[in-house]
Design a protein around this ligand. Structure first.
Ligand code: GLC
Length: 717
C-alpha cells in the first residue's frame, strides 16, 4: 500500500477522524449498553464515525470481523481500523500481575508470557496492546503499582525490553504491536493518589522515571501512550517538551503516540486548556497522533489550521504514522489480521499456556517468612484451606482482559488435584472486603476445621479489585477481621502457612510477627492454585525476590531502597534519636527490602572479590562470589550486585542495582557468580544534566537482597 498516495486521496475530514479512537461499542453495541450516550457527549454522529481510525476492546474474533466488515464497507478509501486492548498480564490465560512476575527476575520468562498473551489476543481480534506499563513506582498507596515492575530503573528497563520483545516478536503471525505507557512518570502521583499531580526535577525524571520508556523505544515499541498526569506543570498529553522534544527529537521516536482515555478533554479540567479547541491545539503541537475517547481533532483542527495554530504538515505527519502502523500490521492486505475463531478456540487456555501461567506464578511467589512449617510434608492426611481467598478464582488481578475467575484454579482446587479431594477441607472464615465484619459463627467454623486438620493454608489479603486503576488506599494493612481469623486458627493449629494475595506491598508487620510462614502469591493468575500447591509441598522452591519495598508503616510511603543518604541519616533503628532523618513513633527500615525473598534452603555466600581496585576509563572490573546450596532441595537464587557512588556532582543513592543473576543449585552444589562493572554502569545525570560516569570512589555490594553490606571499593580514574 502506498500510504502517501492513500493520504492524498483522503479528505481533510477523513484525516481528522483517522486520528481518533472510540470504544468498539460505538460500532456494535453489546446488550443494552448504550453506546450512543458518549456519542452525544462527544458530539459525534454516525457519519463521522465511518472514518474513525482505531478502536479499543474488540471482544473476540467474530465480533472484530463483523465490525471491521461493516466499517470497511462504509469507508470511502477502505482504510481498516486497528483493534487495541489492555493485554497487560495475559489475554484469557492470565499470568501474575507484572509487579509479581517481575519478582521472578527472569526476563526470558517475562518475554515468554508476553508472547503467549500476544498469541491468544492476536487470533481473537486484537492487533495492539496497551502494554507494557513501565511506570517506576515508590508508593504502595497507588493502586497501579500492580501493573508496574517496581522501584528500580535498571530492572524496569530490562523488563520493559522483555515485554516489548515478547509482544512484538518478529512482527509476524501471532504477535501484537506494543504500546509503552504511561509516558511519563505516572507512578510518581503525589501521596499515591491516582491521577494526582506529578512534580519533580528534570534530573530525577531523567535518572529514574524515563529510562524504562526509552528502553521500550530502543526495543522498537510501535506506540507510546501519554500519561494523565502533569509533568512540570503541563499534562503529558499536551506537553510539547516531553513528547516532541524528548521522545521524538532526543530519542528519535517516529512511531504512533496515543493519549490515555479522554485525556485531551482533561486538559481543560487540569486547567491547562481553556476549551476543547485549545486542547486539540496543545496535543497536535505536542505531536500526539491519536485521541482516545474524545473528538476534539475532528471538531477543531480545521479552525486551528485556518488560524495558523497547527499546520497541514503536522496533521499529515500524524495521519501517516497511523497509516504506517496499519501497513506494518498488514491490515491493508488483510483487515482481519490474525483473527481466526478456530485458532482462538485452540490456543486460548490451552494446556501449554496454562503450564506457562503456572510456572510464572511459581517463579513470582515470594517467601516472606518461614519458621520451618514449609514445605508441608506430603504425608499430611487432612489440610484446611481457610480464608476469603482460598476457594475462589478471583485471584487473577485487576487487568483481567478476557480472563475469567471460572477458568482459574483456586487454591483449594490446586490442593485437591495434588492431594485428592478427600484430604482438603474448606472454610472461608470471613469476607475479603475492606470493611468485612467479623461473623463469630464463620470464625468458629474455621477454627473448628483448623483444629481437626494436620495443616492449614490461610489465604488472606486484598480483593483483586482493590488495586489497579482508581484504587489508591490510605491504609495498607489487612482488615481486622483477617487478623482475628489468623489468631483463632493459630490458637488451635501452629502448622499454618499464610498465602498472601495482594496487588501492592502491604504493611503486614503484625502478620509477620504472628504467622509461622508467609508466601506472597501476589495475584497469581489463572493457575494460581496449581502453583500454590507445588510451592506449599516443595515440588517447587520459592525463589521470588521483591522488586518493590514493603513498608512497615504507611507513613513511610514513598519508601524505596535506592534513596539518598541525607545529611543526617538515621543510624540507630531502636531508639528515638533526635535531629536525624527519622520518625519519633517508628523506625525508618522497611518491613521487607527490595530484592528480598527467602527459599526453602539456605544459600552460603563466600567473601566476594574484585578483580582490581582501580578502573581506567573504558576498562571494566569483575566482581565475583561463590554461592552454595546448603539445603535439601534444588533451589534458585537471584544474586544481586549493587554499587554506591560515594560522592558526585549531585548526591548519589546509598546503593543501586547494577546486575543480577538467577542461578539454580542442586543440594550442596556451589557456583561462581561474576559481574562485569564498566563505565556505563557508573553513569548518571550529574549537575550539568549530562549522563556520564564521574571519577571517584565506588563501594560494591553483592548479596541476596538490597539489605547487604559493601565488601570492597574501587576507584574510577
Ligand atoms: C485507562 C488506563 C490505560 C488504559 C486505557 C485504555 O484509563 O489509564 O492504562 O490503557 O485507559 O483502557
Amino acid at each position: 500500500m502506498d500510504i502517501r498516495k492513500l493520504l492524498e486521496k483522503m479528505t481533510f475530514e477523513e484525516k481528522t477522524f483517522q486520528l481518533i479512537q472510540l470504544n468498539s461499542m460505538f460500532f456494535k453495541q453489546i446488550g443494552a449498553s448504550d453506546a450512543t450516550g458518549p456519542m452525544e457527549d462527544l458530539q459525534l454522529d454516525n457519519e463521522g464515525i465511518k472514518y474513525v481510525g482505531t478502536t479499543l476492546n474488540s471482544m473476540g474474533a467474530a465480533r472484530m470481523k463483523e465490525i471491521q466488515d461493516e466499517y470497511m464497507q462504509n469507508h470511502p478509501n477502505k482504510i481498516p481500523m486497528i483493534f487495541m486492548q489492555d493485554v497487560v498480564h495475559g489475554y484469557r490465560t492470565i499470568y501474575p500481575i507484572p509487579l509479581g512476575l517481575a519478582c521472578s527476575f527472569d526476563m526470558e520468562l517475562i518475554k515468554d508470557c508476553s508472547a503467549m498473551a500476544a498469541k491468544e489476543a492476536s487470533v481473537d481480534g486484537v492487533q495492539l496492546t496497551f502494554a507494557p506499563m513501565v511506570d517506576l513506582v515508590r508508593d504502595a498507596r497507588w493502586g497501579r503499582v500492580m501493573e508496574s515492575t517496581g522501584e528500580d530503573p535498571y530492572l524496569n528497563c530490562l523488563a520493559s525490553k522483555a515485554q516489548v520483545e515478547g509482544y512484538q516478536g518478529d512482527g509476524g503471525k501471532y504477535t501484537l504491536a506494543a504500546c509503552v505507557k504511561h509516558f511519563a512518570a505516572y507512578g510518581a502521583a503525589e501521596a499515591g493518589r491516582d491521577y494526582n499531580t506529578v512534580d519533580m526535577s528534570e534530573r530525577t525524571l531523567r535518572e529514574y522515571y524515563l529510562p524504562a520508556y526509552k528502553a521500550a523505544v530502543d526495543a522498537g515499541v510501535e506506540s507510546v501512550m501519554t500519561a494523565f498526569n502533569t509533568v512540570d506543570g503541563i499534562p503529558a498529553v499536551g506537553n510539547k517538551w516531553l513528547v516532541d522534544t524528548v521522545l521524538r527529537k532526543e530519542w528519535k521516536y517516529d512511531g504512533v503516540v496515543i493519549s490515555d482515555y479522554n485525556a485531551f478533554r482533561e486538559l481543560i479540567v487540569h486547567g491547562a486548556a481553556e476549551d476543547e479547541k485549545q486542547a486539540a491545539c496543545m496535543a497536535m503541537n505536542a505531536s500526539v497522533d491519536i485521541e482516545m475517547m474524545s473528538a476534539t481533532y475532528p471538531k477543531y483542527l480545521k479552525e486551528l489550521l485556518a488560524e495558523g495554530k497547527v499546520t497541514m504538515e503536522q496533521i499529515d505527519t500524524a495521519v501517516l504514522r497511523v497509516l504506517r502502523l496499519k501497513e506494518k500490521l498488514g491490515l491493508f492486505d488483510n483487515p482481519y489480521a490474525d483473527s481466526n475463531e478456530e485458532e482462538a478456540a485452540k490456543f486460548i487456555l490451552c494446556d501449554e499456556h496454562r503450564a506457562l501461567a503456572a510456572k510464572a506464578a511459581e517463579q513470582s511467589a515470594v517467601l516472606l517468612k518461614n519458621n520451618g512449617v514449609l514445605p508441608f510434608k506430603k504425608t499430611i492426611k487432612k489440610i484446611a484451606v481457610i480464608g476469603p481467598l482460598g476457594d475462589t478464582g478471583e485471584i487473577i488481578g485487576f487487568w483481567q482482559c478476557g480472563g475469567e475467575a471460572k477458568d482459574s484454579v483456586s487454591i483449594a482446587t490446586g490442593l485437591k488435584r495434588k492431594l485428592g479431594e478427600s484430604k482438603v477441607f474448606v472454610e472461608m472464615g470471613c469476607d475479603v472486603a475492606l470493611n468485612a465484619k467479623c461473623d463469630v459463627k464463620r470464625i468458629k467454623a474455621a477454627k473448628k476445621l483448623a483444629k481437626k486438620c494436620d495443616a492449614v493454608v490461610l489465604c488472606l489479603g486484598e480483593h483483586e479489585h482493590d488495586s489497579g486503576e482508581g484504587n489508591s488506599k490510605l491504609h495498607l494493612d489487612l482488615p481486622e477481621v483477617q487478623y482475628k481469623l489468623l489468631q483463632e486458627v493459630l490458637s488451635v493449629n501452629k502448622n499454618t502457612a499464610v498465602l498472601l494475595f495482594t496487588g501492592r506491598p502491604l504493611t503486614v508487620k503484625r502478620l509477620h510477627e504472628q504467622a509461622p510462614a508467609i508466601l506472597n502469591m501476589w495475584f497469581p493468575g489463572t493457575e494460581g492454585g496449581t502453583a500454590a500447591a507445588n510451592l506449599l509441598f516443595g515440588d517447587v522452591c520459592p525463589s521470588g525476590k521483591l522488586t518493590m519495598t514493603f513498608p512497615q508503616y504507611v507513613g513511610q510511603c514513598p519508601i524505596y531502597y535506592n534513596a539518598y543518604n541525607t545529611g543526617r541519616p538515621r543510624y540507630n533503628e531502636k531508639e528515638r534519636v533526635g535531629y536525624c532523618s527519622s520518625y519519633i513513633d517508628g523506625g525508618n527500615r522497611p518491613l521487607y527490602p527490595f530484592g528480598y525473598g527467602l527459599s526453602y534452603v539456605d544459600f552460603e555466600y563466600s567473601e566476594p572479590t574484585l578483580s582490581a581496585t582501580k578502573m581506567q576509563r573504558g576498562e571494566r572490573i569483575i566482581a565475583s562470589v561463590k554461592v552454595k546450596n546448603k539445603g535439601f532441595y534444588e533451589a534458585q537464587e537471584t544474586v544481586q550486585l549493587y554499587i554506591r557512588d560515594l560522592y558526585g556532582s549531585t548526591v548519589r543513592p546509598v546503593k543501586e542495582l547494577k546486575g543480577f543473576k538467577k542461578i539454580s543449585l542442586l543440594p550442596n552444589e556451589e557456583k561462581v557468580v561474576a559481574f562485569d562493572i564498566d563505565e556505563e554502569s557508573l553513569a548518571f545525570y550529574g549537575s550539568d544534566l549530562k549522563r556520564k560516569a564521574e571519577s571517584g570512589k565506588f563501594a560494591v555490594f553483592i548479596g541476596a537482597s538490597s539489605d547487604c553490606q559493601p565488601f570492597a571499593e574501587f576507584e574510577l580514574l
